[in-house]
Design a protein. Structure first.
Length: 386
């Protein structure tokens, strides 16, 4: 795929965009095989991809430029804004709305925030698209004055973006390299409904979701299939986020017409994500509980509070890039739990964690290309105690 921003040197985020896509996939599969030599060749299932363009369901747009002529894209090496409104990896719905958002921000008269000068008001616009085409719009600003300006412009925003289901403003007064602050004010709606086949996940403004909806749907389905094969009576989903794995596993059990015998517990540190997961479970009528806690501390304490959760028969882990780490790896190794499903966005940390759990053998693995044109990938493995 040819990208004029890449050719001009304006954006190098998609570092592999000039590499043929089939080659990208083959290289990622080879990297997984090299880092995970304990996985037999025939244990790798076919890699899954949703294609190399129009796949990204969330845009994190830096507001640059100047008052009345904003850019929406990234920061260049000089700290100034680079406009990327024609970026080909954004979903069509997001690509269509970016010019309208730029015009809206021009009309507010608010100045973009200048990183070199440490002044200005508009910092970011986050746009998330659901499979239905509905959008979540989040404006990140520096001051209460800018928040009031956008609050007053709510009707204009709704008129310009009629498919916006959620509109919010986030305050980030500090000069630091983060994407949002702690304070969020909702101007419209409360959550974005992400329809994923059998499950609708509710996304609150500050909760995380995978950036590739089609690949995420297949990842959830694959893990649910693996769990169904193991037939556990109880399951912990550690680092559960908005509950994707836990809810799909609970739904698969319910779809089989079985009584709600499987105990499904999701654990996630971020409270916004836990609120999202609880709402999704309630709306779907699913037997799943969600707890706001540190995943490692929860496991080491035998469940919270004070060891009141019975030991599960299967554990799903989906940690951040650093992996589950030595404490949780050691706990799993000593736990006696028969089955583990590990979904990882970093095969290097996955390899380290698996080395610390020699009692488990990888029975199946699968690459999910969540991030085309980059070296990043998602890989899931099904582990069984030897």
């Amino acid at each position: 795929m040819r990208c004029r921003y890449f050719v001009a040197g304006e954006c190098r985020s998609c570092a592999l965009i000039e590499t043929p896509y089939d080659t990208q996939l083959a290289d990622k599969q080879a990297r997984c095989a090299e880092l995970l030599p304990g996985v037999p060749h025939d244990a790798w299932l076919p890699a899954f991809t949703a294609g190399d363009r129009g796949f990204r369901n969330r845009a994190k747009l830096v507001v640059g430029g100047r008052r009345g002529r904003v850019t929406l894209g990234i920061l260049g090496p000089d700290g100034r804004g680079v406009d990327l409104r024609e970026c080909a990896i954004q979903s069509p719905g997001i690509a269509a709305v970016i010019p309208r958002l730029a015009s809206l921000l021009d009309g507010t008269g608010l100045p973009p925030y200048s990183v070199p000068e440490r002044r200005g008001e508009l910092k970011f616009v986050h746009v998330t698209e659901a499979p239905s085409g509905e959008l979540m719009l989040r404006f990140v600003v520096r001051s209460e004055r800018a928040l009031r300006t956008l609050r007053d412009a709510r009707d204009a925003i709704r008129a310009a973006v009629p498919n916006a289901a959620v509109i919010s403003v986030n305050l980030l007064p500090e000069h630091k390299a983060v994407l949002e602050g702690e304070h969020e004010e909702l101007l419209l709606g409360s959550s974005l409904r992400m329809g994923l086949g059998p499950i609708d996940l509710h996304l609150l403004p500050q909760s995380f979701f995978q950036t590739n909806t089609v690949v995420a749907r297949e990842l959830y389905a694959q893990v649910a299939d693996w769990v169904a094969e193991a037939r556990p009576r109880s399951l912990w989903d550690l680092y559960c986020g908005v509950g994707g794995f836990a809810l799909h596993c609970a739904e698969a059990e319910a779809a089989e017409g079985a009584p709600a015998a499987r105990e499904v517990v999701g654990v996630e540190l971020t409270e916004a994500a836990v609120r999202s997961a609880r709402r999704s479970a309630r709306d779907a009528g699913l037997h799943a509980r969600f707890i706001a806690a540190d995943a490692t501390a929860f496991a080491l304490d035998g469940g919270a509070p004070a060891g009141t959760e019975p030991m599960p028969e299967l554990v799903v882990v989906n940690p951040p890039r650093r992996g589950i780490g030595p404490e949780l790896s050691d706990w799993l190794e000593r736990s006696g739990i028969a089955n583990v499903v590990y979904s990882s966005c970093n095969p290097e940390s996955l390899a380290r964690d698996l080395e610390a759990m020699p009692s488990y053998a990888v029975r199946e693995g699968r690459l999910f290309d969540m991030f085309p044109h980059t070296k990043h990938l998602e890989v899931a493995v099904r582990l069984e105690r030897r």
